[in-house]
Design a protein around this ligand. Structure first.
Ligand SMILES: [Zn+2]
Length: 196
């Protein structure tokens, strides 16, 4: 936008400079016509007129240089505008592509959430009501995670490694007993990788 504003300012400047040249040119033409007509009687007037024709020619040449200089600026302004436009278009394309990827991701995330929710409902039905109640309470207390895997002697909920004593207690517990992390209180899920 800044490049476009600058370009239109320079184009306005060019129009103005071209008008200046035109005015001088017209005036010089009028004077020349007057000279050619032979109607200027006095020598003094004739000298003045010739003098003015000369200085108008110089002025016209100066103004034409100004016009050329502005034209160069208009050209580089146009180049800059097209460069910026190309860059903007490129950026807009990138945004559009990213949005499309995002929407595709949304789609697959939604599908995944739907599937996980269905799977969870099926699993939840098989879990005793009191255990479910405990799990929901722990989940509320522990940032959405009520149960964590015990992995290589470490609670994956709070990342704290179980003490020898606590490990011993977990080891001694029956397979269907609910064991919990002494540190965070979450239900510990035992697997073959628990390090027991
Ligand atoms: Zn823990």
């Amino acid at each position: 936008m800044a490049a476009e504003t600058q370009l239109s300012d320079t184009q306005r400047e060019l129009t103005k400079a071209e008008q200046d040249v035109d005015q001088v040119r017209q005036r010089a033409a009028r004077n020349q016509k007057l000279l050619d007509s032979g109607s200027v009687g006095s020598a003094k007037d004739l000298t003045n007129l010739q003098h003015e024709v000369g200085s108008l020619a110089k002025r016209q040449s100066d103004l034409e240089d100004v016009v050329l200089e502005i034209m160069e600026r208009v050209e580089s302004g146009q180049t800059r505008v097209s460069e910026m436009t190309a860059r903007r278009d490129e950026a807009e394309r990138s945004v559009k592509e990213a949005e499309e990827r995002r929407d595709t991701s949304y789609g697959s995330i939604d599908a995944e959430v739907e599937k996980i929710t269905r799977d969870r409902e099926i699993l939840a039905e098989a879990i005793p009501a009191d255990l479910m109640k405990l799990y929901i309470r722990l989940r509320t207390q522990n940032a959405g995670i009520g149960a964590a895997r015990l992995f290589q002697r470490r609670c994956e909920g709070c990342r704290v490694e179980l003490s020898i004593t606590d490990l011993g207690a977990v080891r001694a517990a029956a397979a269907d007993e609910v064991v919990r992390c002494e540190n965070c209180g979450r239900i510990l899920v035992r697997t073959s990788e628990s390090g027991l």
